[in-house]
Design a protein around this ligand. Sequence first.
Ligand code: ATP
Length: 338
Amino acid sequence: MRVLGIEGTAWCASAALYDAEADSVLIESDPYEPDSGGIHPREAAEHMSEAIPGVVDAVLTAAEDEHGPDAIDAVAFSKGPGLGPCLRTVGTAARSLAGALDVPLVGVNHMVAHLEIGRHQSGFENPVCLNASGANAHLLGYHDGRYRVLGETMDAGVGNAIDKFTRHVGWDHPGGPKVEAAARRYAEEHSGDLLDLPYVVKGMDFSFSGISSAANDAYDDGVPVEKICFSLQEHVFAMLTEVSERALSLTGADEIVLGGGVAQNDRLREMLASMCAERGARFHAPEPRFLRDNAGMIAVLGAKMARAGDTVPIPESAIDPNFRPDQVPVTWRSGESV
Ligand code: ATP
């Protein structure tokens, strides 16, 4: 089976071809890069409508050059969660393409795709998943036909919380990689000298709004920015590691997969890997191209869903900006063969 996936929940216009027999993924992405500030929804939507035709055309051409006119068996698209105007563009593109190619359409939950790409690559059977992305942050575990939300942020997504600080400092979007670089420089020169910031964990839920504001205040008070970056990372990632360990402990799982754009951060991966090593659990983080928003993960989950017959008629294929992962009936886990 070969599936063409289209992703466009916010900033990344992306198309991919997943060839299930070869287990190979070709991804073409065209990111929106704001001139200043963060992601502006109207500009992101304009970018999406300009960029989607180009990335889809590149992938479709590559697929048809290699496999002929019947190269595509299904079209999968990111149905949500995300920015409504971006999702509508992607939904329209996917419907038109599925109609023109006369193949089934698959509506994929973007957050479940972040999880499933890690499970697909690792071969883990029943992991806890930590999704650490821009607009979201949650822990998922599978039970009785659904991915249940074990814990989640009570306010901002983890990447957005970090980007809020970098916007305050005047750094370009995305802020996460700049915070990582500054924190690394600070750690090399001042090991262990940590600024005290709010640390909010309640069971397996957590909150980032207080820490973003406290980081902004520290910057206004003249604390060196590299020290704030280091302290911000240490606190935020310790919170995520603590709740991940609690989820492993309470579910009895011994595997964890990481997903989302913030998972590109070496320090987060190091903390989680060390926690897992201490308790004898296995840990998997996908390669960066599958962590940030990308159509590869949409195509891979789309293939599993299509194989399970979980396709959607065009009149019922509306997007859902608030699509939660626990709304998705998991149709593809029994008799997995993709
Ligand atoms: P979602 O998947 O929830 O829709 P999103 O659309 O914002 O999120 P992602 O690609 O998952 O997109 O994540 C983008 C976020 O990842 C941004 O907030 C960015 O700052 C952050 N990020 C990217 N690289 C790093 C890094 N090395 N360290 C920390 N954060 C990072």
